[in-house]
Design a protein around this ligand. Structure first.
Ligand SMILES: Nc1ncnc2c1ncn2[C@@H]1O[C@H](COP(=O)(O)OP(=O)(O)OP(=O)(O)O)[C@@H](O)[C@H]1O
Length: 256
């Protein structure tokens, strides 16, 4: 199983939208995929759960309460895509991790129990440089950082990359940065064009695909998926599909 962490400590840059679309795109390409909601805001979970109040177990139950991971995993409406959900009760996980031994390994150890059941796990991370984020990145084999096409978001990207590099130096994170995905690009605005040009001129491993800003995507939590089933937003769907194809190519995996 390859485990992709979708991470950036900046909030609202499109982590969840990217995680959900990547996971759905990988499943639609024939890969058995597990979407893991590591964010206590539970937005990725809301995308799929009919009624999140009905969720019995979440990631915290698996890590802190000894619930077997298989009991917490839910099927989704997309064939080949399962979900390890978050609920709002996930929030205390951060403080619980503090007192746990081998805390950085906790998410990796939980996922190890299902590593033969899936080709990919896609982890939607919280917008923080926290122990939960670190444990999720320690579980990852690859990291993708979405960044929205704004000067503030790009300015914060360096801090996130150097934070992960520090933990790579200590051997806690082993996953390389697979790529950076620029999201919410509005090519009519100068700032979007300048940000995109500057990133493309840099040494950063940018994905060629860039995700356009679309009003229809602005309230997608719990809404329709973009990859494969959003006829109202064909360019958004095409951009996410191009991104999924690039991820598959960069990882050198064959379609399931
Ligand atoms: N391409 C897009 N165009 C316009 N709005 C978008 C686009 N992608 C995501 N959004 C919206 O922007 C908001 C933030 O997106 P998302 O939740 O994916 O970001 P996030 O980085 O996961 O946020 P958080 O840091 O809160 O976890 C959401 O309301 C989402 O619907």
């Amino acid at each position: 199983m390859r485990t992709i962490g979708i991470a950036n400590h900046k909030g609202g840059v499109g982590k969840t939208t990217t995680a959900v679309n990547l996971a759905a795109g990988l499943a639609r390409a024939g890969f058995r995929t597990l979407l893991v909601d590591v964010d206590a805001q539970a937005h990725a979970t809301f995308w799929f759960a009919e009624d999140p109040a009905d969720i019995d177990f979440d990631l915290q139950d698996v890590i802190s309460n000894g619930v077997p991971i298989e009991k917490a995993i839910l099927n989704t409406r997309i064939q080949g895509l399962d979900l390890l959900p978050a609920t709002l009760a996930l929030a205390p996980l951060e403080t619980e991790l503090v007192s746990m031994t081998r805390r950085e390994d906790r998410i990796a150890r939980a996922l190890a129990d299902v590593e033969t059941s899936y080709d990919f796990a896609v982890l939607d991370l919280p917008p923080s440089l926290s122990l939960v984020t670190l444990a999720a990145l320690a579980a990852a084999t690859d990291v993708i950082a979405p960044v929205s096409a704004t000067k503030l978001a790009v300015g914060g990207l360096g801090a996130f990359l150097s934070w992960t590099d520090d933990f790579r130096g200590e051997g806690v994170i082993t996953a390389p940065l697979l790529g950076i995905l620029v999201t919410m690009v509005d090519s009519r605005t100068r700032v979007s064009r300048e940000v995109l040009d500057a990133l493309r001129d840099s040494d950063l491993p940018l994905f060629e695909a860039a995700i356009p800003r679309r009003v229809a995507a602005e309230d997608q939590v719990g809404g329709r998926l973009v990859v494969g089933d959003d006829e109202a937003n064909p360019d958004l769907a095409a951009a996410y599909q191009a991104f999924v194809n690039e991820v598959i190519a960069r990882m050198g995996v064959t379609r399931g």
